[in-house]
Ligand binder design. Structure first.
Ligand code: URA
Length: 430
């Protein structure tokens, strides 16, 4: 017996195309029917483009998010003896913050379930970075994840395919139809997965600048506000920080070298901007978890965060003492003159690291864990002529010319230091 569909995709597309509201039952049906493969990719592409051009009301975004959550399973951490708090970053170049942050927050007795992904394009994936550690395993069963949260407190593992499957299809489609950059689609995509994951609270790191999805701070603010409202309306206590992604975060871009830098931060050192952002996000997470006065800097300095890191890596079969992979070939660029680094653009450095093998061009590609870039000077730092500015690492020297091509015009040494600016620009709570 054939079922009669209650709506028509073309009517839904036309409504959005013409700027009319799409009512709740029709929008829920559109997402459900797409997940069932009744609504075709061509129809969903047209709908996504209409959303990109005409936007969505807050109510439509809430319904869209809810419909994507309903397309899959919902997890719950309520059986744990600890409260849960998660963090999501919209992604950037050199963004390894999850690595020191999850153990740091867990050092205060809070559970941090970080269901993460792999990188595609110039932004790195947290799982790719951790897989540089010999033996480390990304795939955990739900039982293993719960046991680790109870015991160690921090888990960084692969998100199961059961969370928001509608988003999985829609995100892949958006990637190839020029519809990634729509705020309602980004907000519903991220928040459907985070709400379905079942965390009690959530801190969003919404990036702006040349290495971010949203180049413009006003757009980033709108995205942050939309996601904060979606989280809080769904019972997930949510706040956001707007953070600067105009220049690479820290000195390491890649996989193994980002793990190395994260371990430096956990040992009480590391670049000031990575420490600043790690501490700011940890404070935000612990405030939501009911510990606004937690001394997070002390936990980095006295080894408590490092202890959790080691237990977290060991619990997933990794060896925290093993040597990380080192690339066969390196190429160092020297400063042509003495001065201050006045420009260091995040996006070209992300693209260059990707071309060196640190990222993948297709989902099925393998990443080269040892490939990447080490900056010897960050934005605003002084450098002398002839001293190393940055070093490229790859398994094959044939990769250097295209990486260097990406970096043409991406950096500058001048006289006047750029005005010092903090990574954290704003805090969004509503
Ligand atoms: N990350 C997601 O998960 N979805 C988006 O749409 C953008 C970034």
């Amino acid at each position: 017996m054939s079922t009669v569909e209650p709506f028509d995709a073309v009517d839904v597309i036309r409504a959005k195309r013409d700027g009319r509201p799409v009512d709740e039952p029709a929008l829920r049906w559109m997402i459900d029917a797409y997940t069932r493969e009744y609504v075709t990719d061509a129809q969903m592409s047209a709908f996504a483009m209409a959303v990109l051009l005409n936007g969505m009301s807050r109510d439509e975004i809430r319904v869209m998010t809810d419909a994507m959550i309903a397309s899959g399973e919902r997890m719950s951490f309520t059986a744990l003896s600890k409260t849960t708090v998660d963090k999501h970053s919209t992604g950037g170049v050199g963004d390894k913050i999850t690595l020191p942050l999850a153990p740091l927050v867990a050092a205060f007795g809070v559970a941090v379930p970080q269901l993460s992904g792999r990188g595609l394009g110039h932004t790195g994936g947290t799982l790719d970075k951790l897989e540089s550690i010999p033996g480390w395993r990304a795939a955990l069963s739900n039982d293993e994840m719960f046991a680790q949260l109870d015991d160690v407190g921090a888990v960084i593992c692969a998100a199961g395919s059961g969370l928001a499957p509608a988003d999985k299809r829609l995100y892949a489609l958006r990637d190839v139809t020029g519809t990634v950059e729509a705020i309602p689609l980004i907000a519903s995509s991220i928040m459907s997965k985070k709400i379905a994951e079942g965390t009690a609270s959530l801190v969003l790191d919404v990036k702006f600048g040349s290495g971010a999805f949203m180049q413009d701070i006003d757009k980033a603010r709108e995205l942050a506000r939309t996601m904060v409202a979606l989280g809080n309306d769904s019972g997930v206590a949510t706040t956001a920080l707007l953070t600067d992604m105009n220049s690479p975060l820290g000195r390491a871009i890649g996989n193994a070298n980002e793990v190395r830098e994260s371990v430096e931060v956990l040992a009480g050192g590391g670049p000031a901007d990575v420490v600043e952002l790690t501490v700011a996000l940890a404070r935000e997470m612990l405030t939501l978890a009911g510990q606004p006065d937690a001394d997070v800097e002390a936990a980095l300095k006295d080894g408590r965060a490092m202890d959790v890191w080691r237990r977290m890596i060991l619990a997933q079969d990794g060896d925290p003492d093993a040597a990380l992979p080192v690339a066969r070939e390196t190429h160092t660029v020297l400063a042509p003159s003495s001065g201050v680094v006045t420009r260091l653009e995040a996006l070209p450095f992300g693209i260059a690291a990707w071309r060196l093998g640190a990222g993948r061009a297709r989902p099925q590609d393998a990443v080269v864990h040892a490939a990447g870039i080490d900056l010897h000077a960050q934005l605003g730092e002084r450098i002398e002529a002839g001293h190393p500015l940055f070093t490229l690492s790859a398994e094959d020297a044939a990769r250097f010319p295209r990486a260097l091509e990406a970096l043409e015009g991406a950096w500058e040494i001048g006289e006047a230091a750029p005005a010092a600016s903090a990574r954290v620009a704003e805090r969004i709570t509503a």
